[in-house]
Design a protein around this ligand. Structure first.
Ligand SMILES: N[C@@H](CCC(=O)N[C@@H](CS)C(=O)NCC(=O)O)C(=O)O
Length: 221
């Protein structure tokens, strides 16, 4: 039976895992859980109430969330050294780039984009406070202005001479970070296009890649 992947179609975190399973040729049954993540049924399976999650009876709790952890699990399980290097030093770069994405880049990205997308913000932020509309827009704009410098670190530090995080000849799971940036706000930035092109390379090398390539490109646009 195909592994179940619970997802929300517009989400960039979800996109990274959806692209990963296609690139790795893993059959999945995608379930759109829009409107269900805060319901008892979903929370019973996964109390954080977030997506993406995979359901796999071999996991300790039957469910795994956190996009990077899901890709790390699947790549390690399947011995995909090409997508997630086993060499300690190369892996350290991939891990560090992904943790940087989740802890630094993504929170700033959400502050810049969620208000415009009318997504709920996180507690304690200006966007969810009683501040005036002007103050909320100033906070949103400050986050937007901070993004280019953060995004530039992907090619300048995490990247390598070959352009791929982790130092190999092919892209790794760490390209998801720049893809997140590009998908939402940075489409015109050549260096982030470089990384999303990398995913297209992976896709076209995988068994299902050619078939899914157009669908992936449509999803990015
Ligand atoms: N760090 C997590 C973030 C997951 C996350 O924030 N998921 C959002 C979509 S981008 C979600 O499922 N929200 C559902 C909700 O808030 O009800 C990851 O990378 O998977």
């Amino acid at each position: 039976m195909a592994m179940k992947l619970n997802m929300l179609p517009p989400s960039v975190n979800n996109m990274s895992v959806r692209v990963y399973v296609r690139a790795a040729g893993i059959p999945v049954e995608e379930e759109n859980v829009w409107g269900q993540t805060q319901e008892a049924d979903y929370l019973g399976k996964y109390p954080p109430g977030l997506t993406p999650t995979i359901e796999d009876s071999e996991l300790p709790k039957g469910v795994l969330g956190e996009s990077c952890a899901v890709m790390m699990y699947l790549a390690t399980r399947d011995g995909r050294d090409d997508l997630y290097p086993t060499d300690l030093k190369r892996r350290a770069m991939v891990d560090a780039a992904n943790f940087y994405t989740l802890s630094i880049f993504y929170p700033v990205l959400t502050r810049a984009t969620y208000p415009r997308l009318q997504y709920p913000g996180y507690p304690g932020e200006v966007a969810t406070s009683d501040a005036s509309d002007d103050a909320k827009e100033a906070a949103r704009k400050a986050a937007e202005d901070a993004l280019p410098k953060i995004l530039d670190t992907f090619p300048s530090f995490w990247g390598t001479d070959s352009g791929f995080i982790g130092g190999g000849d092919t892209p790794t799971i760490a390209v998801m970070g720049p893809i997140k940036g590009e998908q939402w706000v940075m489409r015109d930035r050549p260096q982030s296009v470089m990384y999303s092109d990398s995913w297209v390379v992976i896709l076209s090398q995988s068994e299902r890649g050619e078939r899914d390539r157009d669908r992936f490109l449509r999803a990015l646009n």
